[in-house]
Design a protein around this ligand. Structure first.
Ligand code: BGC
Length: 913
C-alpha cells in the first residue's frame, strides 16, 4: 500500500495490524456478520460478577461500508442447549430498535448467586437485514448478598489448611476467596488459577474484593486438602498512620467453596475455626521490603491430603472487615511477561549484577543448586554506579530485597509470592558458585490489562517515547494506578492518576480498572464530600489537593468519553456533587485557593491557588455536563451558572487584561486558561502569543511545566494552530524533554525532568509525564471523539501533518471496534488510511498544504474531491466540504477537506500543486 514510502518498522506493524484486523473483506457471507468481542461488564466471560443488571457489549462486522445497527436481540439462558435453540428463558430482549451496541443493560428475570448464564446477540443492519447470532458467551454471578457468606475470617502463622473427604465426584465447584492482605490458594498440591498479589488493594474497612475461581477440576473423590498461604500485602503495611484499624493488624482469609456433587448433593466448605495453621517457609514478607523465604521450613505435602498435622494449631478466628464484600471485576494482577537478562557482571568478588535491560515491576525467578542453609540475597535497583555496583538511592527506604535460603540437595527454583519490586538491575550475593545468565529471569508483574492501542511514526524518537510510556504505564497498574513502583510509596496518587488516564485508556483496556478505581475513590469520600490525595488513603492529605481530587470528576468523564459509560455517571453523580459542593464551601468568592502541590515537578512554578481555581472551574463544568446527560436540567443549569461566575472571578483574580498574562505568566498558567476556555475573547490572541513566546523565545522550545501543565500544553498548541511547536516539544532531545530522558538511557519515564540520582525525588519509573501519549494518538494519529459522540459513536479523524514528519498512525480497539488512521505525507501528496467501525460515523479532516491551489482527492481509485467540490458516489462517503483546521490566533488557517463517512475502511490520496 505504502510501498514507495519509507515507513518505520513500528508503523508497518500498525498498518499490517489494521489490515488484518479491520478489513471487512474476506468474510464469505454477504451483509451483517455475527457480532463478536462479546463483553459483559467490560469483561470476557466473567466469573463471579455482582451487578444485578450487567451491561453487554458487542462489536459489529459488515461487508458493506456505511453500516449501522438499527436493532438488536439478546438472548440469555441458563442452559446452553436452550440458547443453541435460540431460546432465552432468562431474558429474550426481543427485537429492540436501537443503535446501542455497548452499555446495553440486562433486563430479564432476577439473576441468582452462583449461576452461570449464557448469552448471544444478533443485529439488524440499515437495510433491516438480520445478522446470524453471535457465538454464545457467558457470565456467572458471584455471591450477591452478605448472608450467603457462611465462613469466618481466619488467620494464623502463614499456612492454613483444611482436609475434607468427598464421597462423591465433584460436578461443579466454585471458590470465592478474599483476604486482608494477599493469599495463595492451593488445592491438592496445585495453585488455583494464575492470579498473583490477589485480591486488589482496597480501603479494607469499607470493602474487600473477592475472586471467583472455577475449582471443579482440582477436586477428587476421597480425601482433598485445601491450603492457603497468607501474606500481609497492603493490609499490614503502615506508614505513620495515627490510628491503625484492627483490619490492618495481620492478614486474614475469608473463603467459601460451593460444591455440587454427583447425585445432586450440595456442600459448602468455608474458612472457620476448624482449619489448622502452621508456620511456613515465608519468614517475612512486605510489599516494600521483599520476602525472606527459608526453603528448609517448607512442609512438603502440606497442601495435599494425608499430611501429618499433629504439630499444627487451630486457626485463629479474626474480626476481618465489616465492609462490603464485592466481586473483583477487573483484570487480576498476573505475571505478564518474562525478561531474559541482557548482561551479567561481577563488579566485586561474590557480587553479581544482572541487567534486565528494562525498568519494570515484578520480581525474579532464581535457579540455584547448593548446600542447605545457603542464603542468596537479591537486591533490586533502577540504576548502577559507574563502578558497576547497584545504585539504590531511588528506592528510598524500601528494603526491596528477597532472600532465599536453600533447602539443599538438588536444583531449586524460587519466586517470591507476596512482594514486588520496581527495578532494572538485580544484585545477587551469597550465590553458591558463580551464577550464569540463565540463573535468573525477570517476571513482569502488573494488572493484566489488555493492550488496545498502538501508535507509531516515521520519527523513531516518537516510537521510543511511546514505548517507555507504555512500560511505565502498565507497570504502574497494581490494582490501583500507582505513582511509582520501586520506592516506599507506590500509591494511588490521584494527580498522577488523572493526568495519565486518557493516555492509559488509549493504550490499554482500562474500562474495568477505572470502574473499580472510581468506586475506590467513592469509598474514601467523607460525609463532607472530601476525598483524599491517595486512594486508598495512606499518604497525603484529606481534603485532596484540588488538582489531585479532580481525578474523581475527570476519570468519570473520560470513562464516559472513551467507553460511553453512562452508568458510571449515574452511580457517581451524588458523589461528584458532594465533592463539588465541598469545593464550593472552600471558595466563598468563587476562587478555590487551597493547594499543596499545584503544578508538581514544574521547572517554573505556577501559583498553587491558580491551578486549584482552574480545576474548580473545570470540575463544576463537568458536573454541569454530567447533570445534563443524566437529564437533571435544574442542576445542569445551576452548575453552568456557577461555572460562569467562577470564570468571571478567575479572570478578575488572575488575568492582566493589558498584557494577556495569567498569574505569573508561566506556560502552565497560560495553557490552563486557554485550554479551559477561560480567556475572554479580547485577550485570547495575546494570551496565546504570550505562551508561544515563552516556549519559543524564552525557553528555546522547551517545556517549563510540571506534570499538570504538560497534560494540556501540547493539545492546546494543536488547538491554536501550533501543532508544529507541540511536535518540536515532543521531539526535543535536550533538557527538559522526553527525548532527554531517552538520550540518557530511560526505559520508563522519570519522575522529574532533571537527570538526578540522589535519594529524593528521582524515581526512574513515574508514569505521569507520559500524559503526552494521549497527544500522540489524538494529534499525530488523528483519533478523536466527537464532542457529541461519546464511546466513539462519532469519531473525528483529524491528523496534523507536522514539520517534515513523513508518516504516523494510530489504532485504538474501542468499545465499538477498531478505529485507525495512518497517514503519509510528501510534498504534493498525502495519503490517509482510515478504519471506522460498523455502527460509528466519522468526520475525516484531511489537511491541505497551504500553498496548494488545485487539489484532487481519490478514495481508492475513485475521485471524491475535485475543483473544490465533492464528487459523490463512493460507498460510505456521505458528504464533503472545505474546512479549516483550527481556531488560530497565531498561525494562518490551514485549509482542509472534510469528509463525512460511515463505517468502513478507506484509503484517501490527496494530490495537488
Ligand atoms: C509522588 C507524586 C505525587 C506527589 C504528591 C510524590 O511523592 O510520587 O507523583 O503526586 O508525591 O505531590
Amino acid at each position: 500500500m505504502f510501498a514507495t514510502r519509507a515507513v518505520g518498522n513500528a508503523l508497518l506493524a500498525v498498518l499490517l495490524g489494521c489490515a488484518t484486523i479491520a478489513s471487512p473483506l474476506g468474510s464469505a457471507a454477504e451483509g451483517p456478520a455475527p457480532p463478536t468481542k462479546m463483553r459483559c461488564e467490560y469483561l470476557v466471560n466473567p466469573l463471579g460478577i455482582d451487578v444485578r443488571q450487567p451491561r453487554f457489549a458487542w462489536v459489529l462486522g459488515h461487508t458493506e461500508r456505511g453500516q449501522k445497527q438499527t436493532a438488536y436481540q439478546i438472548l440469555v439462558a441458563v442452559r446452553l442447549e436452550s440458547l443453541n435453540q435460540d431460546k432465552g428463558e432468562q431474558w429474550d430482549s426481543t427485537k429492540v430498535s436501537s443503535d446501542d451496541s455497548t452499555q446495553v443493560a440486562y433486563a430479564g428475570k432476577p439473576l441468582e448467586s452462583g449461576r452461570t448464564y449464557y448469552w448471544k446477540v444478533r443485529y439488524w443492519d440499515k437495510a433491516g437485514k438480520a445478522s446470524p447470532y453471535s457465538q454464545p458467551a457467558q457470565f456467572e454471578v458471584g455471591l450477591l448478598s452478605r448472608e450467603e457468606w457462611k465462613g469466618a475470617w481466619i488467620g494464623g502463622d502463614g499456612l492454613l489448611r483444611k482436609e475434607i473427604n468427598l464421597a462423591e465426584k465433584v460436578v461443579r465447584a466454585r471458590a470465592y476467596v478474599t483476604a486482608l492482605g494477599y493469599y495463595e490458594l492451593r488445592i491438592n498440591g496445585e495453585k488455583v488459577g494464575n492470579n498473583v498479589l490477589d485480591p486488589a488493594w482496597t480501603t479494607y474497612e469499607k470493602r474487600a474484593l473477592y475472586t471467583t475461581y472455577d475449582v471443579s477440576p482440582y477436586f477428587q473423590r476421597g480425601p482433598n486438602a485445601l491450603g492457603v498461604m497468607l501474606g500481609g500485602g497492603w493490609a499490614t503495611l503502615h506508614i505513620d498512620e495515627p490510628k491503625i484499624p484492627a483490619v490492618y493488624k495481620s492478614p486474614a482469609l475469608l473463603l467459601q467453596i460451593n460444591l455440587e456433587l454427583e447425585g445432586g448433593k450440595q456442600l459448602t466448605l468455608v474458612s472457620d475455626a476448624s482449619w489448622k495453621t502452621s508456620r511456613g517457609p515465608v519468614v517475612s514478607d512486605s510489599v516494600y521490603n521483599g520476602e525472606v523465604y527459608d526453603a528448609r521450613l517448607e512442609l512438603p505435602g502440606w497442601d495435599r491430603p494425608g499430611c501429618d498435622v499433629s504439630a499444627w494449631s487451630a486457626a485463629k478466628v479474626m474480626g476481618g472487615t465489616k465492609g462490603i464484600l464485592s466481586a473483583q471485576m477487573m483484570p487480576p494482577i498476573r505475571v505478564v511477561d518474562t525478561m531474559v537478562p541482557v548482561s551479567l557482571s561481577n563488579p566485586q568478588p561474590g557480587v553479581y549484577v544482572y541487567d534486565l535491560g528494562q525498568n519494570f515491576s515484578g520480581w525474579v525467578q532464581l535457579r540455584v543448586n547448593g548446600p542447605a542453609g545457603t542464603a542468596v540475597q537479591m537486591r533490586f535497583s533502577e540504576l548502577l554506579y559507574p563502578n558497576g555496583m547497584i545504585n539504590r538511592e531511588t528506592i528510598r527506604d524500601a528494603k526491596s530485597r528477597d532472600i532465599y535460603i536453600l533447602r539443599g540437595g538438588g536444583p531449586e527454583v524460587y519466586e517470591p509470592r507476596f512482594t514486588y519490586h520496581g527495578f532494572r538491575y538485580v544484585e545477587v550475593t551469597g550465590y553458591p558458585g558463580a551464577p550464569s545468565l540463565d540463573s535468573l529471569r525477570g517476571k513482569v508483574v502488573n494488572t493484566a490489562v489488555e493492550p488496545t492501542g498502538s501508535f507509531a511514526a516515521s520519527n523513531p524518537l516518537l516510537n521510543q517515547i511511546q514505548k517507555i510510556i507504555r512500560w511505565g504505564q502498565s507497570t504502574n497498574l497494581h490494582s490501583v494506578p500507582t505513582d511509582c513502583d520501586q520506592r516506599n510509596e507506590r500509591q494511588g496518587w490521584m494527580g498522577d492518576a488523572q493526568v495519565t488516564a486518557e493516555e492509559a485508556m488509549l493504550n490499554f483496556d482500562m474500562a474495568a480498572f477505572y470502574t473499580n478505581f472510581l468506586r475506590d475513590i467513592r469509598d474514601v469520600q467523607g460525609e463532607d464530600g472530601t476525598i483524599t490525595d491517595t486512594v486508598p488513603h495512606k499518604y497525603g492529605s484529606r481534603p485532596a489537593d484540588p488538582a489531585w481530587g479532580t481525578a474523581y470528576p475527570l476519570i468519570a468523564w473520560y470513562m464516559y468519553q472513551q467507553y460511553g459509560d453512562r452508568r458510571i455517571l449515574e452511580e457517581h453523580y451524588e458523589g461528584l456533587k458532594k465533592y463539588v459542593e465541598f469545593l464550593r464551601s472552600r471558595a466563598p468568592d468563587n476562587i478555590l485557593r487551597y493547594s499543596y502541590y499545584g503544578d508538581w515537578v514544574a521547572i517554573e512554578q505556577t501559583p498553587g491557588e491558580y491551578v486549584s481555581a482552574a480545576y474548580y472551574y473545570w470540575d463544576v463544568q463537568i458536573l454541569s455536563k454530567v447533570a445534563e446527560i443524566l437529564g437533571k436540567s435544574g442542576d445542569a443549569q445551576a452548575y453552568a451558572q456557577l461555572a460562569g461566575q467562577i470564570k468571571e472571578a478567575f479572570n478578575r483574580a488572575f488575568l492582566n487584561p493589558a498584557t494577556g498574562l495569567y498569574a505569573n505568566g508561566t506556560q502552565t498558567a497560560q495553557t490552563m486558561a486557554l485550554y479551559l476556555d477561560l480567556v475572554p475573547k479580547e485577550q485570547a490572541g495575546s494570551a496565546a502569543s504570550n505562551l508561544y513566546k515563552d516556549i519559543v523565545y524564552k525557553h528555546d522550545t522547551h517545556v517549563t511545566t510540571g506534570f499538570i501543565g504538560v497534560k494540556y500544553l501540547l493539545p492546546l498548541l494543536t488547538r491554536i494552530g501550533q501543532a508544529d511547536i507541540a511536535y518540536d516539544l515532543a521531539t526535543q532531545t535536550t533538557y527538559p524533554s522526553w527525548g532527554f530522558m531517552i538520550a540518557n538511557g530511560a526505559t520508563t519515564l522519570w519522575e522529574i525532568w532533571q537527570q538526578k540520582v540522589g535519594p529524593s525525588m528521582n524515581s526512574q519509573n513515574h508514569p505521569m509525564l507520559g500524559s503526552v501519549g494521549a497527544w500522540f494518538y489524538q494529534t499525530l494519529g488523528g483519533i478523536n471523539i466527537d464532542a457529541n459522540g461519546a464511546g466513539y459513536r462519532r469519531i473525528v479523524i483529524q491528523p496534523q501533518i507536522v514539520r517534515d514528519l513523513a508518516s504516523a498512525g494510530a489504532t485504538v480497539d474501542t468499545v465499538r471496534g477498531i478505529v485507525s488512521c495512518t497517514w503519509t505525507h510528501s510534498p504534493g501528496k498525502t495519503t490517509l488510511e482510515v478504519t471506522v467501525p460498523v455502527n460509528s460515523e466519522a468526520k475525516i479532516v484531511i489537511p491541505k498544504d497551504n500553498e496548494m491551489t488545485e487539489v484532487t482527492i481519490k478514495e481508492g481509485e475513485r475521485v471524491v474531491w475535485d475543483n473544490g467540490r465533492f464528487v459523490p458516489g463512493v460507498e460510505g462517503i456521505v458528504n464533503a466540504g472545505a474546512g479549516t483546521n483550527q481556531t488560530s490566533f497565531l498561525a494562518p488557517l490551514q485549509r482542509t477537506v472534510v469528509f463525512e463517512v460511515g463505517s468502513g475502511h478507506y484509503l484517501f490520496t490527496l494530490t495537488g500543486q
